[in-house]
Design a protein around this ligand. Sequence first.
Ligand code: ZN
Ligand code: ZN
Length: 217
Amino acid sequence: MDEDSKSNDYGLCIICQTNTGPTEYTDLVMNPAMSSVTKMIESAVKRCGYGDSQFMALKTRLQALSAEDLILNAVRYHRTCYSQLTSKTLIDRAKARFEKGTSSGSVSDIRTKRRGRPSGTDSADDSYASKRCARDQPFDKEKCVICQDDTGAELHDVSTKNMGLQMRNIGLETSNYSLKVRLSSVTCSTDPLQAVADDMKYHLPCLVKAKRDIIIF
Ligand SMILES: [Zn+2]
Ligand SMILES: [Zn+2]
């Protein structure tokens, strides 16, 4: 990955980072609402979690940024790019593909082609992304990943693939930003056992609550 793809050019569409794009100038959204920007970030995280590697670069660029940061930087994007990225149909499709275990991450590289980048440059993105994610804000791994508190409730280890997938789902769907960050090593990895490898611990009541709090948009 080159240097350019790590920082944002806010003068350009945040999603495709090109001036031309497939779209008319009038397609540019100059003052997006906070909720739209949040949805964009969540969609990028989700789709990467489901192995849509064409959004890895976007997710890497968005890494430590909140919707507020982006708005302060006068973020803009093509309406077309946004609706492609946040399309529930496309997210569901990526999810289904991922759950079937057939995700190659290279199903649709339209955007990559549009940018004129040679194909095959995405091959290292998965490991790159998970390395970056692993460096995300440290948290106390001896505590419940969800509440980071000593509630007195019994701590359980994430020890099964099923539980690893539940953690990934929470990481992808939760509206709790700091929990999402703590789970980013899991959501960035394509390995359903990532949470097990990370030695994550949880309280059962916290897990139940986190699952209940998930907002599906
Ligand atoms: Zn665009
Ligand atoms: Zn807890």
